[in-house]
Ligand binder design. Structure first.
Ligand code: ABU
Length: 625
């Protein structure tokens, strides 16, 4: 396999700001860069950089290369040189930081010979990692650099093989086993004694062997399908960084990235200012919006709890909205009975006139409305609620207007599609999950607020072991106190990296591709009305809802009688799909409709040939049912 390139500095180095070495070509090389590699690789690298040893060696600077610095730490003379250099430039940034962070303090760390770590031979080949154990790797074995690298490369290869198979149309999506069978074929027990690394690598392979390939072009089962390779790379790097997103102190780059990306998303939404946060999933994002809404209306609730409320609060959402709104009502002490479900039209849109009527009705009962949630892309039908009309009702009654665009938010990136969310700029908050239509790896959910300062006011608890106010930087960058969580996973890097790779234009093409494929699917189904009965022949999102009609029912009149039989047949067909492993589409009942399929296209891997295959495969598997 091709080995990653490691930058080699082959000329004398000059000092750059921020503890980086700058080569004469201007390339910055971080001090922390470690050169590990096989002799073959290192020899090749020397070749690239001017023969044996390279210029750095010839000019006697090898001991100052970033790699050697990383191995041994900068020698004291070099530290003094950096400090002097920074000092003599009188850099404003160096002046503005706390004295505790001055360059002299950064570098002037003489290492006593007795405390110097043993010299690692990074150029030696790795021992065979299979028979080794975790104690042979870093950090347990300080000399285990080559083995650590070898082990990680082997695990990366397992992942890459899996990705290759994911995109192979001849490979199955899954190798389905019942739970009891799977328990028999896998060794899942936690051992008392350490296992060899060979077994650990084999465990990684087994875990993927039975995993459903959600990135397969014929996996249409969930709102989040597909594997975006750049986002995957972001997730790998995120894992290597292994940080927590609560303070700038420990996640400086990722915190800044979060700020920039969230601001960009708010601009796309149409908010002039505001605040945002990444949350663990759309349900928690919706919960954040609802608690911010309650805080806005009843700020005393934070301290005094239920006694601060003037009466029973009520929330409103549509009959087809996501069940997380019920969860929010339950978790907030409002109660699911006080989540009022507003009727929808035949396409699944909330009826604003009914919303208005129900608000007045609840007020008449002495209840206290405070929150309305519209849905942009309902979970099953993919309907977009009429946002302007709902905003009018919210303004009339002075209620918080939230938009759950966890699913549909991606349409904002396409000029062809964003009209479906006209009026979103009038909302107080919006949930938008990049791990759905935008294809960012799971999980990546965002919630945005029109008003800045509300999140911190609502959720701040001032834990002074974490959010000290006298830190040597602007503590407004410590975003952790804006949320009810403490630990927060780094979900931004895989989104930021993906967006950098595509740009806004690439994302527009991405969204348009999904809608083009959806239109093609509907067109193909309409060509076979005997086999496919569409529930909605003009889908607004990429949800295509339909019944597959087996041969014996094709002459039966469409209607409730036939739907009842079809509702029993669809789960059997789903079972056949899973056993065959060739296709995955979800099914569910909705309102008075018995089980029907909901096909989702949210993967860039989907091509016309996959849609053609899907229709043929449904007929192959279901014809005789
Ligand atoms: N809100 C989670 C969506 C689940 C689904 O894929 O349908």
């Amino acid at each position: 396999m091709a080995l990653p390139r490691v930058p080699v500095v082959s000329r004398p180095l000059t000092v750059a700001r921020g503890g980086h070495w700058r080569s004469p070509t201007g390339k910055c090389v971080a001090i922390g860069c470690v050169m590990w590699g096989s002799p073959r690789r290192l020899a090749a690298r020397r070749e690239e950089h001017g023969g044996e040893g390279g210029e750095a060696v010839r000019e006697g600077h090898a001991h100052h290369s970033p790699a050697s610095v990383a191995r041994r730490g900068p020698p004291a003379s070099m530290c003094r040189h950096i400090a002097d250099s920074l000092h003599s430039r009188n850099m404003s940034s160096a002046r503005s930081v706390s004295p505790a962070l001055s360059p002299a303090h950064l570098c002037d760390r003489p290492v006593s010979p007795s405390h110097r770590p043993p010299k690692e031979d990074y150029d030696r080949p790795a021992r065979e990692v299979g028979p080794l154990q975790y104690t042979d790797l870093l950090p347990f074995n300080i000399l285990g650099g080559p083995e650590t690298r070898e082990f990680l490369l082997r695990v990366a290869e397992v992942s890459i093989d899996y990705i290759r198979e994911t995109f192979d149309r001849h490979a199955k999506i899954l190798d389905f086993h019942q739970p009891e069978q799977l328990k028999e074929v896998l060794d899942l027990e936690i051992p008392a004694k350490p296992l060899q690394l060979e077994q650990i690598i084999s465990d990684c392979m087994d875990a993927l062997k039975y995993q459903v390939k959600t990135g397969h072009p014929r996996f249409m089962n969930q709102l989040s399908c597909g594997t975006e390779v750049v986002s995957l790379a972001g997730e790998w790097v995120t894992a290597a960084a292994n940080t927590n997103m609560f303070t700038y102190e420990i996640a400086p780059v990722f915190i800044l990235m979060e700020k920039v990306t969230m601001r960009h998303m708010r601009e796309v939404i149409g908010y002039k200012a505001g605040d945002s946060i990444l949350a663990p999933g759309g349900s928690i994002s919706n919960l954040y919006a609802a608690i911010a809404a309650r805080h806005k209306m009843f700020p005393e609730y934070k301290k005094k709890g239920l006694m601060a409320l003037p009466g029973q609060l009520v929330m409103f959402t549509s009959l087809h909205s996501h069940y997380s709104l019920m969860g929010a009502a339950a978790a907030m002490g409002i109660g699911t009975d006080n989540l009022i479900e507003v009727p929808v039209d035949e396409k699944g849109h909330m009826l604003p006139s009914e919303l208005d009527r129900l608000i007045q009705e609840e007020k008449g009962k002495g209840k206290v409305p405070f929150f309305v949630c519209a849905t942009a892309g309902t979970t099953v039908m993919g309907a977009f609620d009429p946002l302007h009309a709902i905003a009018d009702v919210c303004e009339k009654h002075k209620l918080w207007f939230h938009v759950d665009a966890a699913w549909g938010g991606g349409v904002l990136l396409s000029k062809n599609q964003r009209h479906k969310m006209a009026g979103v700029e009038r909302s107080n908050s919006i949930t938008w999950n990049p791990h759905k239509l935008m294809g960012t790896l799971l999980q990546c959910s965002t919630v945005h607020f029109q008003e800045d300062g509300l999140l911190i006011s609502c959720n701040q608890m001032c834990a002074d072991y974490l959010f000290q106010q006298d830190k040597p930087y602007d503590v407004n960058y410590d975003t952790g106190d804006k949320v009810i969580q403490c630990g927060r996973h780094n979900d931004i890097f895989k989104l930021w990296l993906l967006w950098r790779s595509k740009g806004d234009e690439g994302f527009e093409r991405h969204i348009d591709h999904l809608f083009d494929m959806t239109a093609y699917l509907v067109q193909r189904m309409k060509q076979h009305p005997d086999k496919f009965e569409l529930l909605n022949d003009e889908p607004e999102c990429t949800n295509v809802c339909f019944w597959y009609v087996p041969h014996r029912l094709r002459t039966m009149k469409a209607g409730p009688e036939r739907h009842k039989i079809l509702g029993e047949i669809q789960p059997i067909l789903k079972g056949r799909m899973m056993t065959a492993g060739t296709l995955m589409i979800g099914y569910q009942p909705l309102d008075h409709h018995p089980n029907f399929f909901r096909n989702i296209i949210s993967s860039q891997a989907v091509r016309r040939e996959d849609i053609d295959f899907m229709l043929e495969e449904l007929d192959r598997l279901g014809y005789d049912l």
